[in-house]
Design a protein. Structure first.
Length: 367
């Protein structure tokens, strides 16, 4: 967030020019702070440090024959040109400059994963002459000029110390161990995982996230605070707006989810995962990482508009999923809903059931 305050507008992914490298060299000679240099050039401090490392010339002589190291714009630019030439001559991607630029831009600007970047390139009819594994190898070996492993969205979590579960008095709900196999095996629509995404420390507003286990369809809602009252109020609103859509909810043991009894009153089953076992809500946790691409930790959620929340939700539901061979959650939900709707039409149902189905279809269209 600090970087956004200091950095001037500059197209992300744009390569540094010789003139810009000359400015970096001049600023370093007058000992300008690096964060200010990054601001003047319009790049991130991480990109600046990478550039300085690339252009560092060691063993230069002083007048007294002592040596020193210094950044050279000319040397850095020559290495850049050699790297670009090397890409064209030795890598599988060869002289496919269009693919190189598209993939870099997709991962940097559109916050896409390498898989999605390649899939979108295919949809744009760009020649894709490398596989996903090769693209990851290029990233790990830092063969891209403006994109490195440090820019990857998903990073390995540091090993966490064993924590002692807090005891929270929950009302209602069952253990995940009692959850039926048809839910565990993701056999049908309507079984959701729930979580909250928090903002800047000291602020109240949060985001309630619901993820359909079968299709990964996402429902993202802004709530005034992380309390059980706010969570129940928003869930009740969703249940009323889309009756029949939610059949069960599985959440963690956070205090905001302590009133499962209120949800069970709506004839919806409620299950609690084990403490500190986020993998038991894996779909939910993975989708939260997608949200963090737009709302990083430390963001004041009160400054995020409802329109932006809807835009993020739509982006997530349209996002191609590797697990679905490139299909999005919206496409999967529509496919499953069509099968479900067809079965309903083959049997006699009340007006209320047909109305519920119509509302579900309305939700899909809104997504």
């Amino acid at each position: 967030m600090i970087q956004q305050q200091y950095t001037i507008k500059r197209r992300k992914g744009q390569h540094l020019t010789l003139i810009e490298r000359g400015k970096i060299e001049a600023f370093l000679k007058i000992n300008m702070p690096k964060i200010q240099i990054a601001s003047e050039i319009g790049i991130s401090t991480r990109t600046l440090y990478r550039e300085i490392s690339r252009g560092m010339v060691k063993g230069l002589l002083n007048s007294d024959y002592s040596t020193y190291d210094a950044y050279s714009a000319e040397f850095a630019h020559r290495k850049y040109l050699e790297a670009m030439k090397g890409k064209e001559g030795t890598l599988k991607i060869g002289k496919n400059r269009k693919l190189i630029e598209y993939v870099e831009n997709s991962m940097l600007n559109d916050k896409n994963s390498p898989y999605v970047a390649l899939e979108n390139a295919k949809k744009e009819n760009i020649e894709v002459n490398i596989c996903l594994k090769t693209l990851y190898n290029y990233i790990h070996k830092e063969l891209f000029i403006n994109f490195s492993e440090e820019d990857m969205i998903y990073k390995k979590d540091k090993r966490k110390q064993e924590r002692i579960p807090k005891r929270i008095r929950k009302i209602g709900g069952k253990s995940i161990e009692e959850r039926p196999e048809e839910i565990n095996n993701r056999q049908e629509l309507g079984h959701f995982e729930a979580d909250t995404v928090l903002g800047k420390r000291g602020t109240k507003e949060a985001i309630l996230v619901l993820t359909d286990r079968k299709t990964r369809l996402e429902m993202v809602r802004k709530i005034p605070d992380k309390t059980a009252e706010s969570v129940i109020k928003e869930l009740s609103k969703i249940i009323t707006e889309y009756p029949g859509m939610i059949k069960s909810i599985t959440s963690d043991n956070g205090s905001e989810f302590m009133r499962a009894d209120k949800i069970e009153e709506e004839n919806i089953a409620y299950y609690y995962a084990h403490s500190y076992s986020s993998w038991e809500r894996g779909s939910n946790e993975n989708n939260n990482k997608l949200i963090r691409r737009f709302i990083p930790k430390g963001t004041d959620i009160s400054e995020i508009s409802e329109e932006e929340i809807k835009r993020i939700e739509k982006w997530m539901n349209d996002y191609p999923r590797k697990i679905f061979n490139g299909k999005s959650a919206n496409e999967m939900y529509l496919s499953e809903f069509t099968k479900y709707f067809s079965k309903k039409l083959l049997t006699f149902y009340s007006i209320y059931d047909i109305y519920s189905l119509w509302l579900l279809a309305t939700y899909y269209i809104e997504c």
